[in-house]
Design a protein around this ligand. Sequence first.
Ligand SMILES: Nc1ncnc2c1ncn2[C@@H]1O[C@H](COP(=O)(O)OP(=O)(O)OP(=O)(O)O)[C@@H](O)[C@H]1O
Length: 925
Amino acid sequence: MLCSSTEEVTPGSSSEPRPCSSTVTPHNLFSYSPVIHRQQYPQSSSGLLTSRGSDDVRNSRCAGSSTATDTVFTETKQTGAWWHVSGRADRISSSVGSSVHSCSSNTPHLKTTPALSHHGQTPQRDLNMTTSSSASACHASSVIVAVVEGRGLARGEIGMASINVKCPELVLSQFADTGTYAKVITKLHNLMPLEILMPDTASVKGQGTKLYNLITETFPSVTFTAVLRRYFNEKKGLEYIQQLCVPEFSTVLMEVQTKYYCLASASALLKYFEFVQNSIYAPKSLKVVFTGSEQTAMIDAISASNLELVVNQRDHRSEHTLFGVLNYTKTAGGERRLRSNILEPLLDVVTVNSRLDTIQELLQNEELFFGLKTAISHFLDIDELLSALVQVPKQETVPVAEAKITQVIQLKHILEVVPSLKTVLQSSKTALLKAYCTSLEDSRFNIILDQIKSVITDDTSYMKGSLTMRTQKCYAVRPNVSEFLDIARRAYTEVIDDITGLVAQLGEKYSLPLRTSFSKARGFFIQMRLEGGVLPGGKLPEEFIKVTRQKSNYGFTTVDLMKMNDHCEEALKDIFHMSYVVVSRLLSEVYEHIHCLYKLSDAVSMLDMLLSLAHACTVSDYVRPEFTDTLAIKQSRHPILERISGTQPISNNIYVSEGSNFVIITGPNMSGKSTYLKQVALLQIMAQIGSFLPAEYASVRIADQIFTRIGVDDDFETNSSTFMVEMKEVSYIIHNVSDNSLIIIDELGRGTSPEEGIGVCHSICEFLINYKAFTLFATHFLELCQLQTLYPNVENHHMQVQHVRAKDGRAERVVYTYQLSQGHSEERNYGIRAAEMTNLPEEVIEEAKTVAAKISQKLWAKHYSDPATINQRANYRLATRLLQTARNSRLDSEGLRHHLKGLKRQYEAELQNATESVENLEIEE
Ligand SMILES: Nc1ncnc2c1ncn2[C@@H]1O[C@H](COP(=O)(O)OP(=O)(O)OP(=O)(O)O)[C@@H](O)[C@H]1O
């Protein structure tokens, strides 16, 4: 073969046409040209071209060509100007294709189906959890999002609606966000939208709202469309949802009916589809889900990137991410679900435990594990199929006809593998698997399959390879269903026979080893493999044209073969057209039951994800986590490091509890601090998606938010803003922290002078110490370790290093153990030690050591000898304790007074001690 996309045609192979039993009549009964209509944004006669953020380019070109990268301001005849677009205006069109989601009278109305049977709270919740998962996971580049923000007092209240053009699911959300809009940005990052819609009032040139500016700056390559504010209409949004939502998901109405901003976004989004894409969804055809931020843990976009959850920071194609470590999925749906779960881990312990039960069963029952894996691997992308099925094409072209036939074959294929999945699930014991098994006992699967089989031949199946699949499509409809179709197929068979005959003849004529081959681009052509690549006579016969050569493989055609190819195409057009008529009729009958596919898609993607998580446990030694109030993981390992190195990294214990919820980690450069911090966050996320962990024992406290502030590699270009970036990130944490958060801060304050760095770190630590959030704080500022003596909930730990003397007893070498130990690091001047390893002159190093020693002593003394600071600190501690007492106390007023007196005495004693210790300090001037 010349290339992988070509297929060899051999007599008797599956590509060989099958006979059809009809008399031959002139076969060219239908002739119509294949027209590929691409949806375009409607163009106004008075359209202006403008550019986002730049007035200069405005009016530079005339409307009428919605070319890529142009920014178009358009108006429809019906509505007047109501949206304007910037960015690649043609991208949605190509994504949506030339279809409409029709609700015309001949579009079948989709029926209500009973809710999934309830098998206890756990599985039911997970069954309904498809929302956030598939929501954000569906195909990245085909999601359109509408965003609106409340005005006046409601500023900061955000409504979002998103839809994936490849997956008929409308996802709504509404939440309060802070001035940094981190939640909106995070959600948008997770959705990876193709286009973002916002009200025009938010994007007035030069006076765009903060949110608008932030979104357009953060997503410069995403098409931005401003829609008239009045189309963000919550009443219309509710009407749309009532009209379009599949009855099975109609409980969403109760959730969203008072959520005005997400309804408003939904209204604008669906209106946008209606007018700009010239398409509407069929009534009762959309899965509508609401994803409140309370269902999943919030991981902001920067943290997701720092932790390399789904994208590796250095190489975007690398699989060295958490997703890469856990991804053993077999289906596109499973992969999407895993990705979205990693970005939005669960908060509900019951649901997480039900997943863990399932994984445990899969690990214990090998037959079930491999049986399910095999069954799942046969499924195609159900979401994409479902989306295509609920679209009714506006124009009946050959590609559309061909696509519909493919969809029916795919549907048949999917439904045929359902029983094998059900059979495997029947032996399962855990609630979640049993619930999925029950959800597959839906009579609609068989009803649809029977309907399909009444029209489509039994041996038609979905196959790889363009020629094989073409043959499948060609002979999909049963013989005798349409007389003209049988005739056309006969004609096609004859042309194929002629082609094979011609190639055989040419082979004989020139004594060459010729074969008939097929590729999508060339159609039928001739292939020849010559050992040694030397042609007899030095050249190919004249009649062989369009010659290609790859090593010893030649590809070519002849004028006759090209003509035959044309006949073949003509015959195919007729076949596809007539098959399409039959298939459309079939689909209109099938539509009524099609919603069982939502259930199937949910089951397959979830099972695939759980199998993938179970598979990860078999690759390395993982343990099931339990959920308590403490984060305690014994001998934990960094999951990505483990994958990268191939050998087991040094394992470490993790312990953070309410009593010691603030851990300061010190240690020299390269000692493993950052790795340890990331490890904690990654394991937390793994636990919350229902994965086992790389450790010997694991107890995890559910975190509602995971924040990270991890220093990026020094970069001279961005260095000027390093400190600002740090401060912005940490300010986001401070504004959003909750008692149940997990906070990872690495090397804060590097971007400024040490004095200010220590000051900033100190005050930020004191702020965070006051929360019950679990915080791990890695720093080179050893001064911060003093916090342990000031606050009972602070613990110092450090990364151990060893000093090994060379045999000659002189040179000393540092060995990194990557072991976490209690207490703060005793290492000093490790920066200077690193400098020593370079070629710096000895006197420079010595001078550096002297100055560093003096400065650090002075700094420490200054910080702790200042009486005002001592007083302030003591006051702060007293206030904190009072607050804690008031919060926790069940004391009556007398008891409280007594307690306060005790605290006061303690406070005075501490103040006295602190003052004395400062007086005793020897300060070297
Ligand atoms: N537990 C471990 N087991 C094996 N190798 C490790 C471990 N932890 C870290 N390492 C290795 O050490 C390297 C340095 O680790 P890391 O960046 O975490 O150090 P650091 O203390 O944060 O350094 P710096 O203070 O300079 O940022 C890592 O790239 C990794 O290869």
